[in-house]
Design a protein around this ligand. Structure first.
Ligand code: SER
Length: 314
């Protein structure tokens, strides 16, 4: 990776990924693109609607990109509200990014998700290779995307790589429209109000990861020796699995009077219930040395410290 183009650069992952890659590879070697205009971004930025194949191709070509990181997508709850828009954006954007990468011979990364699993998938220690019959539009998009990335590798020799991210937690950009978003929102509310009403029910386990680990996993996978990669795309990665009461208990170690209540949203609860409790990341560990640094308590300590500073200065 020397010249990297990123789509969805202002999104939950993109906004931090741009900064991380610019620190490693140099500010001018990372082209950030998004459908929204950037406020105060240092370094190259272009407006891009990922459904516009020609513009995507032209921007990558003009920049001389050798790597495409396709991050633009609608998350699970929004996709359930607007399934056709999700299909057009998530699949249309992916195909355009793969095509630009094939035509310009770029290395390629896109994230899949725990959303690529469904109710018939084994829920505990979910294997790397298993049944995938998701019941959400987001999941349908993610499974099709995983297969498409494999197809572009097998058919065209395109260097496609990817992971299945769990819920990602960060103090920088808020996710928006996801099912796992409660695990970000809870930290804001803990600091601002010392209370949180969870739309996800007690006892609902989902995999999660702190953003610094997620960003490092992208860099590590992209830098990995390709001869060691048996899977290439859709590697299970995770750092922890918890349910709402457990994250509340972790927060109480810092804010003892934090209170948790529940008002379950049937749509997002239904999505969460269709996903695994915890996935097995051993293929990623074996093939490219994936290892997360943060667990629930170390993430909570860092989140609360960083968020307190951020919320004071806003
Ligand atoms: N965090 C995502 C969501 O909740 C899962 O990939 O939609």
């Amino acid at each position: 990776m020397k010249r990297i183009m990123i789509t969805g650069a202002l999104g939950q992952i993109g906004s931090e990924l741009v900064e991380k890659l610019r620190n490693i590879y140099g500010q001018d070697n990372v082209l950030a693109t998004d459908i929204r205009p950037a406020q105060d971004m240092q370094g190259p930025f272009e407006l891009l609607d990922v459904t516009d194949a020609q513009r995507m191709h032209d921007l990558a070509k003009d920049f001389g990109a050798d790597t495409m990181m396709h991050m633009a997508a609608l998350l699970s709850a929004t996709a359930e509200e607007k399934p056709l828009l999700a299909w057009n954006l998530n699949m249309g954007g992916l195909v355009n990014a793969l095509e630009a990468s094939r035509e310009l011979e770029m290395q390629f990364f896109t994230p899949s998700s725990i959303g690529a699993f469904g109710p018939s998938t084994p829920k505990k220690n979910t294997p790397q290779d298993t049944l995938q019959r998701p019941t959400t539009m987001y999941g349908v998009n993610k499974v099709a995307g995983e297969l498409l990335c494999d197809y572009y590798f097998q058919k065209f020799g395109l260097d496609t790589r990817g992971v299945r991210f769990p819920g990602l937690i960060s103090y920088v950009a808020q996710p928006g429209g996801g099912t796992t978003d409660y695990a970000v929102d809870i930290y804001y509310k803990a600091i601002e109000q010392k209370r949180y009403t969870s739309y996800i029910a007690k006892g609902t386990y989902m995999d999660m990861m702190y953003m610094p680990d997620a960003l490092q996993s992208i860099v590590d996978l992209m830098e990995a020796d390709p001869s060691k990669l048996e899977h290439r795309n859709a590697f299970n990665v995770t750092a922890m699995s918890f349910e709402p009461d457990e994250i509340a208990a972790s927060i109480r170690k810092h804010i003892p009077d934090f209170q948790m209540s529940y008002d379950v949203d049937p749509i997002r609860q239904g999505i969460a219930d269709s996903w695994p409790d915890n996935i097995d990341a051993s293929a990623a560990e074996k093939e490219w040395g994936f290892k997360a640094a943060y667990d629930l308590d170390s993430m909570t300590a860092d989140m609360l410290e960083k968020l307190k500073k951020k919320l004071v200065t806003v």
